[in-house]
Design a protein around this ligand. Structure first.
Ligand code: ATP
Ligand code: MG
Length: 137
């Protein structure tokens, strides 16, 4: 089965949305295979978002990701990379459909509470950036 990297960003953790978000993935039928709470360094956040380093919001984004605890997870199941993104909703919560995590729980793009890998290569890259093999079930 395929695996994806999902992270609840500092705003989602701070707002007490961990249980709500995990519950949506569990109820769908996906399997949690790794989980930990971490405060990433700014350098680590820059590695995670390296694809976006030319964007004007990059430094603010990395400052934000490293501003507090992040709940890092790996979820497994058929189609989990693509369907996980569907559960999450569009990047900008103003454009996310109701029923999605961002659509139901977030308002602005800079505080969109959750991250999900956008494809098989980034999923593999992000899982190995955030977790060592012995942390995966
Ligand atoms: P993520 O990678 O966090 O799952 P995404 O794949 O939906 O989100 P990306 O294009 O990868 O969107 O952008 C990464 C993150 O950068 C977004 O989740 C958002 O927090 C932030 N971001 C994207 N666009 C903007 C913007 N225009 N202004 C501020 N922040 C932005
Ligand atoms: Mg992305």
């Amino acid at each position: 089965f395929e695996r994806t990297f999902i992270a609840i960003k500092p705003d989602g953790v701070q707002r007490g949305l961990i249980a709500e978000i995990i519950s949506r993935f569990e109820r769908k039928g996906y399997k949690l295979v790794a989980i930990k709470l971490v405060i990433p360094t700014n350098d680590f956040a820059q590695k995670h978002y390296h694809d976006l380093k030319e964007r004007p919001f990059f430094s603010g984004l990395c400052d934000f990701l490293s501003s507090g605890p992040v709940l890092a997870m790996v979820w497994e199941g058929e189609g989990v990379i693509k369907y996980g993104r569907k559960l999450i909703g569009a990047t900008d919560p103003q454009k996310s459909e109701p029923g999605t995590i961002r659509g139901d729980l977030a308002v602005v793009v800079g505080r969109n509470i959750i991250h999900g890998s956008d494809g098989p290569e980034t999923a593999e890259e992000e899982i190995s950036l955030w977790f060592s093999p012995n942390e995966l079930i």
